[in-house]
Design a protein around this ligand. Structure first.
Ligand code: ZN
Length: 239
C-alpha cells in the first residue's frame, strides 16, 4: 500500500478515537440537563404542596376570624337582651342568638375539616421537602462525578489531539489537505475499504480494473465522494 495512505490511515485511526471521545464529552452536559429537569420538577412539586398548605392556612385564619366575629355578635345581643323593652323585640333577639349559635356550630365544623386537611397537607409537604433534599444531595454528588468524568475525558482529548498533531505532520501535505477537506465536509471515514466492488464511502460501484489495482495496493480516489479507497481485511470484489 502507498506509504502516504498508510500514514493517512494512522491519522484517521486517531480521528476516530477523537470523534468517539467527543461524543462521550458531549453526552455529559446532556445528562446533567436531564437531571436538572428532574430537580426542577421536584422543586415545582414542592412549591405546589407549599401553596396548597398556605391556601388552607389562610382559609382557616379567615374562618376563625368569622367565628370570633359571630361570637362577639352573640355576646353583644345577649347583653342587649336584658334591656329588651317588648316581648316581640325579646323574641327577635333570641332568634338572632339562635341563628348565631347555629352559624358558630357550622363554622366549628368547617374549622375542624380545615384542621384535618392541614395535618394531611403538612404530611405531604414534609414528604415533598424530604424528597427534594434527598434528591438535591444525590444530584450534587452525581454532578460532581460527571464533572470529574468530563475533566478526565478532556484530559484524554488533549493527549489525543497531541497524537493527532504528531500523526498529521507525517502525512504527505497534498494527501493531508485532501483528507482534512474531506473530513470537514462529510461525516465518517475518508480512507475506506473496497466492499463488494463498491466504494466503502458512498457505495458507488468501482470499475473492476480499478478494483484489481486497489487490491494490489494502488491508491484510488473515488470520483463521486472523494474518499481514498483501499484494500483491507474486510475487502472484497463484486460477487
Ligand atoms: Zn465513493
Amino acid at each position: 500500500m502507498d506509504e502516504r495512505v498508510i500514514k493517512l490511515l494512522e491519522l484517521q485511526k486517531t480521528d476516530t478515537k477523537i470523534d468517539r471521545l467527543q461524543e462521550e464529552i458531549d453526552a455529559i452536559p446532556a445528562e446533567i440537563a436531564i437531571h436538572e429537569k428532574e430537580m426542577d420538577d421536584l422543586r415545582n412539586t414542592y412549591q405546589e404542596k407549599k401553596r396548597n398548605k398556605e391556601t388552607n392556612d389562610e382559609e382557616k385564619t379567615k374562618t376563625l376570624a368569622d367565628k370570633q366575629a359571630m361570637e362577639n355578635r352573640r355576646t353583644q345581643i345577649k347583653t342587649q337582651l336584658l334591656d329588651a323593652k317588648t316581648n316581640e323585640l325579646y323574641r327577635a333577639m333570641q332568634e338572632q342568638i339562635k341563628h348565631a349559635t347555629a352559624k358558630i356550630s357550622d363554622l366549628d365544623g368547617v374549622i375542624l375539616d380545615l384542621m384535618y386537611k392541614e395535618d394531611e397537607l403538612l404530611r405531604v409537604l414534609d414528604e415533598a421537602e424530604q424528597e427534594l433534599e434527598r434528591e438535591k444531595k444525590r444530584s450534587e454528588k452525581r454532578n460532581a462525578i460527571l464533572q470529574g468524568q468530563k475533566a478526565e475525558l478532556e484530559e484524554k482529548m488533549e493527549s489525543l489531539l497531541s497524537d493527532r498533531q504528531k500523526a498529521s505532520v507525517c502525512v504527505d501535505v497534498r494527501f493531508r489537505d485532501k483528507y482534512e477537506r474531506q473530513r470537514s465536509s462529510r461525516r465518517g471515514q475518508v480512507v475506506v475499504p473496497l466492499k463488494n466492488g463498491n466504494c466503502g464511502g458512498c457505495h458507488t460501484n468501482i470499475p473492476s480494473q480499478a478494483g484489481v489495482e486497489i487490491s494490489q495496493g494502488e491508491t484510488y480516489v473515488c470520483p463521486l465522494c472523494g474518499c481514498f479507497v483501499i484494500w483491507d481485511d474486510g475487502s472484497s470484489f463484486a460477487g
